[in-house]
Design a binder for this molecule. Structure first.
Ligand code: BTN
Length: 321
């Protein structure tokens, strides 16, 4: 695995000699050269000079080696990559059920042929531009707390995207990642339960990174956006994935240590729904009111026009201007 060599090259702005790499990694100079060739075959541009050694010039937009080198450890145990899948959530579910895979596994793909959205919808998943990722977690949480995982993924995603792009990404309840009134990402959490605890949670995250408006299907052209559409700039997906996995790890550890308080507080901070007049469509019901907040389990609390409070567990929210 060329992971360590990558970490080395990334840490240096200037050339680093083959001898230095070989002593630090405890491998021969021929082995160093072999790893450099392997990295080049995966799209890394590495300059080589007989007198000065090697220098990393640029990394590919989506590099599994780079992601692994930055995140794999005691929390994220494995990062699995597939060129194309039907759906990363489906693959994560079968791995966790059939193979009884451990928690802390990440499934990534470049394209999905049957990407799944919330409420039975499809998730547009063309190759070469976006992030499609599912993570498998096995938290010590009771079934009623499983919605916290979705809130956690939303907070982590909004924070990572803010860091990567500088854009004011917000969360529209329950877990849409928004730039102003357009959606740039979504989260689909699927949980299996044991009688009194979560058996396994699969959290699927889709983020529109470099897709352009012309490539969205007509029906979502006016309601969807991407980081590139908003800033005119392309983003390295690997960087965003690393930021995202680090945020998820940090929020997960905080949740386990300090309970739900800090997470709910941050969700409220990032939310574009709370305090607004909204209409909610939940099942066959449609009603209007003011979004007052979320409760301890992440349900949306609406103050109806009659003054009564109503809690919503699933549905679509439209924010009224
Ligand atoms: C939504 O409707 O807002 C949720 C969208 C979730 C999409 C992601 S893409 C990766 C993962 N695999 C899927 O099939 N869906 C989720």
């Amino acid at each position: 695995m060329p992971d360590n060599i990558l970490r080395f090259l990334k840490g240096k702005k200037d050339y680093i000699s083959g001898q230095e790499i070989s002593s630090a990694l405890g491998i021969t100079r021929a082995a160093v050269w072999k790893k450099i060739r392997l990295l080049r075959s995966k799209g890394f541009i590495i300059a080589a000079s007989p007198s000065k050694g090697y220098r990393l010039v640029s990394s590919p937009d989506l590099s599994i080696d780079e992601i692994r080198a930055n995140v794999v450890g005691s929390f994220w145990r494995q990062v699995l990559f597939y060129e194309q899948l039907e759906s990363t959530n489906e693959t994560a579910t079968s791995l966790s059920v059939d193979k009884d895979i451990e928690g802390g596994v990440v499934i990534l793909t470049d394209a999905q042929s049957r990407g799944k959205g919330r409420l039975g919808r499809a998730w547009v998943s063309p190759p070469g531009s976006n992030i499609y990722m599912s993570i498998i977690l096995k938290p010590e949480l009771s079934p009623k707390d499983s919605t916290l995982l979705t809130l956690l993924a939303a907070v982590a995603s909004a924070t990572a995207l803010r860091k990567a792009s500088g854009l004011a990404i917000s969360i529209k309840w329950p877990n849409d990642l928004m730039i102003a009134d357009k959606k740039t990402g979504g989260i689909l959490t699927e949980v299996r339960f044991e009688p009194d605890k979560i058996k396994v949670a699969v959290i699927g995250i889709g983020i529109n990174v470099n897709i352009e408006k012309k490539d969205f299907p007509d029906e979502i052209k006016n309601i969807a956006t991407s980081l590139k559409e908003e800033t005119g700039q392309s983003y390295a997906r690997s960087n965003i994935i690393v930021l995202l996995l680090k945020e998820i790890e940090a929020w997960y550890k905080l949740l386990m240590k300090k309970g739900r308080g800090p997470l709910l507080e941050e969700w409220n901070e990032l939310s574009s729904t709370i305090g607004k007049r909204v209409t909610v469509s939940s099942g066959k019901e449609v009603f209007a009111g003011k979004a007052e907040g979320i409760d301890e389990e992440g349900l949306l609390i609406i103050r109806l026009q009659s003054g009564a409070l109503k809690k919503v567990s699933a549905g679509d929210v439209t924010i009224l201007k």
